[in-house]
Design a protein around this ligand. Structure first.
Ligand code: CO8
Length: 257
């Protein structure tokens, strides 16, 4: 079935997913989540797709989970539906995901950006976890991921006051890796995505997995994990090709697996 809440476009080896609920400032409802996850799970397995760019509109990356969809639900509805557990499948996507954020990235929108691997923000971006104003708390990982990314005191400041943070503060805090003028956001994000997608997809996936382990393992375990997967890369053609190309002073060809 054709997705109604997102747009999908492929440029070279990059899949661009654009959130497309303009009237609701791209609020994340269940249908949008299901469409995104199902499309991305297919593309994840496609060797011709080496990176995702997830973006929204100028005004909003996403203004949060859909308040209108959830407002009348009971505790038992939320519990039995396991509301928003479906986003776990999004975090399990193994192809890198770049969030290109313009405008509001609030609540679930900020959490969606944090479920990506890299966040680029336009100068207009505003990040926040304003759930406290609605009588709830972040529910798609915000209390955990934001704290790991910006530290306890900044996370407490944002989550307990519900205030918004601009792109400059977000970069200073380590939430965002680059701030880009808004008219260049997509172009620069695509350039980075195309560069990532030009490398060996196998190696990129392994590098991503190793970095992800850093937030969960002790340093000793993490370094051991890294060394073991580093060794394993010597079983791939791409290690042979990459190193041989360096010696022969030519561009490596990672297109053959
Ligand atoms: N959900 C549903 N609709 C929304 C949302 C939202 N999160 N945000 C905006 N909209 C709708 C508005 O209702 C409005 O629709 P309508 O025209 O029909 O009234 C339309 O989008 C435009 O919004 P505004 O008129 O409010 O636009 P403004 O430019 O005046 O304001 C803001 C923009 C500041 C972004 C404002 O819309 C706002 O504050 N939005 C809500 C932000 C928010 O609180 N986000 C957190 C939501 S809760 C959440 O994400 C929790 C996730 C955890 C759930 C998981 C459970 C397990």
């Amino acid at each position: 079935m054709k997705p109604m809440n997102i747009k999908i476009e492929q440029r070279k080896r990059v899949a661009i997913i654009t959130l497309d609920r303009p009237k609701a400032l791209n609020a994340l409802n269940t249908a949008l989540m299901q469409e995104m996850v199902s499309v991305m799970q297919k593309l994840d397995k496609d060797p011709e797709v080496g990176c995702f760019v997830i973006t929204g509109s100028e005004k909003a990356f996403a203004a949060g989970a859909d308040i209108k969809e959830m407002k009348d639900k009971s505790y038992l509805d939320m519990f039995h539906e396991d509301y928003f557990a479906g986003w776990e499948a999004f975090t399990s996507i193994r192809t890198p995901k770049i969030a290109a954020v313009s405008g509001y990235a609030l609540g679930g929108g900020c959490e969606l950006a944090m479920m990506c691997d890299i966040i680029y923000a336009s100068t207009t971006a505003k990040f926040g976890q304003p759930e406290i104003k609605l009588g709830v708390i972040p529910g798609i990982g915000g209390t955990q991921r934001l704290t790991k990314m910006v530290g306890k005191t900044k996370a407490m400041d944002l989550i307990l006051t519900g205030r918004l943070m601009n792109a400059e503060e977000a970069e200073r805090s380590g939430l965002v890796s680059r701030v880009i003028p808004s008219n260049k956001l997509i172009e620069e994000s695509l350039q980075a995505a195309e560069l990532i997608a030009s490398y060996s997809k196998t190696t990129v996936m392994i590098a991503k997995e190793a970095v992800d382990r850093a937030t969960e393992l002790s340093l000793r375990e993490g370094v051991l994990y890294e060394r073991r997967v580093f060794h394993a890369l010597f079983a791939t053609e791409h290690q042979k090709e990459g190193m041989q190309a360096f010696v022969e002073k030519r561009t490596p060809d990672f297109s053959k697996s």
